[in-house]
Design a protein around this ligand. Structure first.
Ligand SMILES: [Zn+2]
Length: 219
């Protein structure tokens, strides 16, 4: 740890992203209490079927303190949360992925949303996961249609229609034979993820695995 980091830790002591209490161990991704009490998803619970993927892995359920933390990350926004979130996502991927991935990528924001927020939360998560697992990270997709936020749409069919045609593969992208990990913050119906994964498969990807921080209930 360098001096600048130590000073920053003194001035702005890192907080647990979930309960927002100051962390006794500043580099920990979660405080000991949340480590015990958060809705961690174990075994098959943390795997969701999503079309065009081999499944989507998520360490946490999207409820309570987890959904509040994701809301702060996206809408306040607290950019620094990409580090602790990426840490538990990397661990989840390492535990569940049955093979070595060639590339980590993400479901991108539209240009309008990116401008509004100042960062792409999926990209930051993908970069953090890639850094921790020493895997290459690259953008492969762009959002070509500015859609309504998926969170405002209840019905799975409405979410699918909203996501359809909303993304395109970046020009010149060749993923022939690649094992790709597709990152997003939350998976709900899987509409966005399957739309993006379908495009990656069309661009040649052999397999796509989804990875999100949290999995929302689909009712
Ligand atoms: Zn906590």
């Amino acid at each position: 740890m360098n001096l600048a980091t130590m000073l920053l830790d003194l001035l702005f002591p890192p907080k647990c992203p979930y309960c927002q209490k100051i962390l006794a161990e500043p580099r920990a991704p979660v405080c000991p209490r949340c480590q015990k009490t958060l809705p961690w998803l174990l075994g098959r619970e943390g795997e969701r079927r999503v079309d065009f993927t081999e499944g989507c892995f998520s360490p946490l359920a999207y409820r309570g303190l987890v959904s509040e933390a994701v809301q702060r990350y996206k809408f306040r926004p607290v950019r620094a949360y990409c580090v602790p979130f990426g840490a538990v996502m990397a661990q989840s991927l390492q535990d569940r992925l049955p093979e070595r991935a060639d590339l980590i990528t993400w479901c991108p924001l539209s240009r309008e949303r990116l401008h509004e927020r100042g960062f792409d939360q999926g990209e930051l998560l993908a970069r953090e996961v890639g850094k921790r697992l020493s895997l290459p990270v690259a953008g492969t997709l762009r959002k070509v249609k500015h859609t309504d936020p998926q969170s405002g749409l209840e019905e799975e069919s409405a979410r699918r229609a909203n996501a359809r045609g909303a993304y395109a593969v970046l020009p010149g992208m060749d993923l022939e034979g690649h094992i790709v990990v597709l990152v997003d913050d939350v998976v709900t119906s899987g509409a966005t993820m399957s739309e993006c994964a379908g495009l990656l498969r069309m661009a040649g990807a052999a397999k796509v695995y989804g990875l999100t921080l949290a999995q929302a209930r689909r009712d």
